[in-house]
Ligand binder design. Sequence first.
Ligand SMILES: Cc1cc2nc3c(=O)[nH]c(=O)nc-3n(C[C@H](O)[C@H](O)[C@H](O)COP(=O)(O)O)c2cc1C
Length: 508
Amino acid sequence: MAETTELSFRNKTALAPMVRCGTLPMRLLALDYGADIVYCEELIDIKMAQCNRIVNEELETVDYVAPDGRVMFRTCSREKDRVVFQMGTADPQRALTVAQLVQDDVAAIDVNMGCPKEYSTKGGMGAALLSDPDKIETILTTLVNGLSKPVTCKIRVLPSLEDTVRLVRRIERTGVSAIAVHGRMKEERNQQPVHCDYIQAVAEAVSIPVLANGGSLDLVKTHSDIAKFREATGACSVMLARAAMWNPSIFCSQGPVSIDEVMEEYIKYAVRYDNHAFNTKYCLCQMLRERLESPMGKLLHAAQTNKEICEAYGMMQYYDEIESELQRRKEGLQKNNINLSHPTLEGDVWIMPVRFERREYPPQITPKMYLLEWSRREKLGQPVYETVQRSQDRGFQSTVAVAEKKYRSTLWEKSKKFAEQAASVVCLRVLGVPEGRVGEDSCGLVNKRKREEENKNGAIQPEDSPPAPELDGRKRHITLSPQKAEEPTNRTCTQPVVNGSHHSQTAS
Ligand SMILES: Cc1cc2nc3c(=O)[nH]c(=O)nc-3n(C[C@H](O)[C@H](O)[C@H](O)COP(=O)(O)O)c2cc1C
């Protein structure tokens, strides 16, 4: 088995975490141009904790998908050993849950302790943590002890040099593998000069690698400035945000690549990885900078989809090639009964490839029970299940209707009961409602006492005995005649898509 080496932060140049900019296309482009490490945009623990990890066979990515279908984090094997997952958190246990969820897909986990924006600080996250060193210590210790991947954090400097040094020494003692230091105080804006002397004091105070950050505006304009910034701060590594956002070829030791060429390469990744068009546009606008009002800027401004962006840039041939390649791949996957991974709308039905795995749920708990309880609590009608059976392998597929919406798993199950459970799971995941899996926070949806009472009364039965119909949703069972048997299969094969995007949406 191939041995994986732990990511080192020594003598490295890194793409900094950047909300909106740090999505997959930018990270891959930065790696192409020579970045050693790429940070993803900050992702908030509460949102990530609700995500399902889905292997997207079609795009060859791993997606973390929110209950509403949005892809919060998309990654791929190319960056697996070099991508750092940055999290916004103020809660050690939640941070650990999220980090454990993603750790096998990334090279390291970072905690953002520098964001001064209100949306971050008001939840006690980002720069708010800087004034709570006890919390910093608990979060980092919990992560270091609970993870198999390196843990790092990114801070801003404190008003006093002594306090900054005291803080980073305390951080070092938690066992983190590196610290990124943005050499500005939380009240300072990015236009103000960076305090290289503070970064230098930190680099001298700790023995773990320090990544110097904050030099984009005035100090790092070309690739050779990276070494100068490293020297000026005494840090062993450098982290770049804006310089890379404006032109990621800053990482290229052979000199800069023209921004038009860079934008083309960016668009290629955006199309290949089905990046959300708004996100693609945002990043391209950052690269256009003062040319936003140019004819190209206006064309970009008018574009609403990746296809229109390709049109604006004269890249339709590339777009068509990728589209046909993805289509071929999709058909191949469907032929082999490997379904597409995230919730998508097919006509009026939410579909998703979900298999009901009995062992994922405690005894006597099923997603159907959860769906029923949730529907009751929401004062909705009972879920209505409609099941079809196909002739070729006697497989079952159920569709559940809840509050005038329908949900179905694209996978066929060996029994009608399992097919109904799978449909319930799709519904609960799309709605973002707990489904009762082991270890999941159930929010008390189906509690133990109630479960026992209901079992005693025969209202909710263990999975193996058929539940009372009036309590477990109304059911219809249709067996497909041989001619009709192909219909559902075909239906699952032609998946129209959400919001005009052929695969998914990437969160911004
Ligand atoms: C568009 C943008 C988004 C940012 N998002 C994040 C973020 O998600 N997490 C974070 O720690 N810092 C974030 N930052 C701060 C940068 O990572 C970096 O600390 C700051 O821009 C200074 O570095 P620079 O001089 O190289 O730009 C962001 C900065 C910019 C410009």
